[in-house]
Ligand binder design. Structure first.
Ligand code: SF4
Length: 356
């Protein structure tokens, strides 16, 4: 079996706060396979962005990696990103693994043309030939469906939000990294621009064959672009599987709740439901399964024992004591949650209908 590009093992990230320690990422383990697209989904505050930042060690100073390994394997032997020194880390970022931050389209330097910002980035990461940089950049701008010559010479304010986002994605790929992390790449963009970004990402993946980590609360984006999906809750991965399995055969009540809360254009109004309650306080987490105060499937054991993430079907892992009940509910509904994240049939039955 080919080694994964990234192998994250038992990673935990904490923030120091006045009230105590914020456990933002807890014991996260997953592989990012070569050329695959993995979506991290979940509510705000579930740890997705902290995890993404930790992968390139760009977490804020108040955060610390409490435990774990991030094994990266590019063309050479694997190494642990957490052991890299400052210079090695600079080489790793952008050349091996690039990240486009949430809302970063607003962080271009407003008084520099795009070309100057591209040259700066390239030089800072060891690509000193302006000719080569220019050639690569123009090609990438073309692939992201922009007018390369015009955009290259433009100032940021001369571009729309969607155009700036596309420039950033092109910039992220300038040094041909093996891994691209995109944090909410379509948030704050209008629906047509979102569509264009999705098309661009599809095309880029086809042409450049990089692995993609897509951080998003937008289930339809995950459904469109991901090969596999990881659902995060309270800093942990609670379900991980093929995109088809997650959207058609969810086995975790939280994933099911996320899918049920997506509005549809054609669905009945009463079919829409939301997950009751709020995400937990990450300083003072509930006992047992952290989802139990909000979970309609919860029983006594859930309040006491935090279930491990285990394989329940081929290539499908779930952290839930009662995943089989969730399976019964999903399948008894005729089971369909469409690939765009919307449901196509009636409301899922309440868990009491299948509880023993
Ligand atoms: Fe719900 Fe229990 Fe499963 Fe947690 S372990 S998700 S509380 S059923």
């Amino acid at each position: 079996m080919i080694n994964p590009t990234l192998s994250v093992q038992h990673l935990s990230v904490e923030y120091r706060a006045r009230r105590g320690t914020v456990k933002a990422v807890r014991d996260v383990t997953f592989d990012l396979r070569r050329g695959e697209s993995l979506a991290l989904i979940g509510e705000s505050g579930s740890g997705k962005t902290t995890l993404g930042l930790a992968l390139v060690r760009l977490h804020v100073r108040a955060a610390r990696i409490a435990q774990g390994k991030i094994l990266y394997q590019g063309d050479g032997p694997p190494y642990d990103v957490l052991t890299l020194n400052h210079e090695q880390l600079r080489q790793f970022r952008w050349r091996e693994c690039a990240m486009v931050f949430q809302g970063a389209q607003n962080s271009f330097n407003p008084v520099l043309r795009i070309q100057a910002q591209i040259y700066d980035t390239a030089r800072d990461h060891g690509l000193n030939s302006n000719d080569e940089t220019r050639q690569n950049a123009l090609e990438l701008l073309r692939v992201v469906q922009l007018d390369p010559q015009r955009v290259f010479r433009s100032y940021p304010h001369q571009l729309s939000g969607g155009m700036r986002q596309r420039v950033l994605i092109a910039l992220g790929l300038l040094l041909q990294p093996k891994v691209l992390i995109l944090d909410e790449p379509t948030t704050a963009l209008d629906i047509l621009t979102q569509r264009a970004i999705i098309d661009v990402l599809r095309r880029l993946r086809g042409e450049y064959q990089f692995s993609l980590i897509l951080i998003s609360h937008d289930l339809s984006l995950a459904a469109e672009l991901a090969d596999r999906v990881a659902t995060m809750y309270a800093g942990r991965i609670v379900e991980l599987g093929d995109v088809e399995d997650i959207f058609y055969h969810p086995r975790h009540p939280y994933t099911l709740g996320l899918l049920q809360s997506v509005p549809t254009i054609t669905g009945e109004f009463e079919n829409l439901s939301s997950i009751k309650g709020s995400p937990p306080d990450l300083i003072d987490l509930p006992s047992g399964c952290k989802f139990h105060p909000r979970c309609p499937f919860a029983t006594e054991v859930c309040k006491q024992v935090d279930p491990p993430l285990v394989a329940v079907e081929r290539d499908h892992q779930v952290a839930c004591h009662h995943w089989e009940q969730v399976k019964t509910v999903v399948e008894s509904d005729g089971g369909r949650v469409a690939a765009d994240g919307s449901r196509t049939s009636s409301t899922l039955r309440p868990p009491s209908a299948v509880a023993a």
